[in-house]
Design a protein around this ligand. Structure first.
Ligand code: HAM
Length: 433
């Protein structure tokens, strides 16, 4: 039967079992939970605390925060209005976290705030494998520290998450974008260089040439990439303090054994970065190979109305790309736990008994399944197997008349008779001992 409704393209349902769609695999809810738990454990190791912000935010916050000229704001926002209020489904979480930091005066709580988050984001991008319209990010924002140690710590947290899953085939690229004064000088130099090759540029790059030439550095076009090889490099334009900060970051990464490559063309797709920018790539993933990215954004707070500058640095990563990378590396994820006991009942009386008795076993701390459909014993045994139950209780009228049930150990195949009143104690001994 053809369903009347389907989920919106670029979104997906997460089911109890792993599933798939045209844009790649969808991990099971159990796999999802496991990954989330592991991420939280890493965050705790780094002493980060969780923040949850709303999924809808004022459009202006995102437009100002992420930047009017970015693709995210100019092309990809899910925005709507009700009355006079303009809302956007958050495309990322950094600007919302900074909003919350400023709104709740978290600077007054003392020290540096190290805030982590997990949750959905929305971008109206063309869906493909690894790129969705609703996707899920985890990330960290370290707010209140300007020292390169904070940048190194953020990178270390990001790497620790992938290491926790045994995912080692990643490559880290870093760059420094300098301060707000170095950027305009570099933009001008890049524009002057590219104007000479105008006829070789794509329409998109031509558009970017006047508005935001830095975006051209992101190009995937081979011809343009060759052109860029001789283009001026941002690193040669940055101020002395930013250079010292960058050198300090590299020394710190060396000290803790995090390998990286310097990428002079790494600029990232969001406008709020100053100084550090970085991306983590997994080369097994095809077109959408960037697992995570981040950087320093010391000017964002002022952009959002703060009277004082608030130094900050963070990263965010996509769950979906992490799952794709795990699958490519053949790293498995756990399933839901199997029930301890499956009760297979034959006849009305036994069915009623199994309904009542399953609650008693559950009260004793066991997980119990039984058949809600009243099917044949054979079908119920098949179901017990499918669910990988550790034990099956087999019960019919004769057993109940005799005050006993049959208990089958599904692993060994052994079967024994147990008194109805002894059942809880029996399982308690077998399963919980
Ligand atoms: P971003 O590079 O736009 O950075 O996104 C971070 C990660 O989110 C990407 O590396 C990717 O894994 C995932 N992602 C982004 N868009 C999609 C999509 N359409 N489908 C699937 N996954 C996607 C940020 O969002 C910044 N807020 C990072 C940051 C945090 N900078 C400082 N702090």
């Amino acid at each position: 039967m053809k369903p009347a409704y389907k989920n919106i393209t670029g979104t997906f349902d997460i089911l109890p079992e792993a599933s798939g769609n045209e844009n790649g695999l969808v991990t099971s809810t159990a796999g999802w939970r496991h990954v989330e738990t592991t991420i939280r454990e890493v965050m705790v190791q780094f002493n980060a605390r969780e923040i949850r912000t709303p999924i809808i935010e004022p459009t202006e916050l995102i437009a100002r925060g992420v930047g009017m000229l970015t693709d995210i704001v100019s092309k990809e926002m899910f925005a709507f209005e009700r009355g006079k209020t303009h809302y956007v489904l958050r495309p990322e979480v950094t600007a919302p976290v900074m909003r919350a930091y400023l709104q709740h005066r978290l600077d007054q709580r003392g020290g540096v705030q190290k805030l982590y988050y997990v949750g959905p984001c929305f971008r109206a991008e063309r869906p493909q494998r690894g790129r969705y319209r609703q996707f899920h990010q985890f990330g960290v924002e370290v707010i209140g520290a300007s020292d390169a140690q904070a940048d190194a710590e953020v990178i270390a947290m990001m790497m620790a998450v992938y290491r926790a899953f045994g995912l080692n085939e990643t490559s880290l690229r870093i760059n420094s974008l300098g301060d707000e004064k170095s950027r305009p000088r570099y933009k001008e130099a890049l524009r002057t260089y590219l104007v000479a090759f105008k006829s070789d540029l794509s329409d998109t790059s031509l558009e970017r040439l006047s508005a935001n030439p830095l975006r051209i550095l992101d190009t995937k076009d081979e011809k343009e990439r060759r052109l860029l090889e001789d283009a001026p490099r941002l690193i040669d334009f940055i101020d002395d303090e930013s250079r010292a900060h960058y050198n300090e970051l590299k020394t710190l990464l060396d000290d803790i054994g995090i390998a990286y490559q310097e990428d002079p063309f790494l600029v990232r797709g969001l406008d709020y970065y100053t100084r550090t920018a970085f991306e983590l790539e997994n080369t097994n993933l095809g077109a959408q190979s960037i697992l995570a990215g981040g950087g320093r954004y010391d000017l964002l707070a002022r952009e959002l109305g703060s009277k004082t500058a608030v130094p900050a640095v963070g990263f965010a990563a996509g769950f979906e790309r992490l799952f794709l990378a795990l699958a490519a590396a053949e790293i498995g994820l756990p399933d839901d736990p199997a029930p301890d006991v499956f009760i297979a009942a034959l006849g009305d009386e036994a069915h009623r008994w199994s309904f009542g008795h399953s609650q008693r076993l559950r009260s004793a701390g066991l997980s119990v399944a039984f058949d809600l459909k009243g099917r044949s014993m054979k079908a119920q045994m098949r179901e017990a197997n499918r669910q990988r139950a550790r034990y099956t209780v087999i019960v019919g009228k004769d057993e109940l008349d005799g005050g006993v049930v049959q208990v089958k150990n599904m692993g060994s195949g052994e079967q024994c008779t147990v008194g109805v009143d002894d059942l809880t104690a029996y399982f308690y001994k077998c399963i919980r001992s």
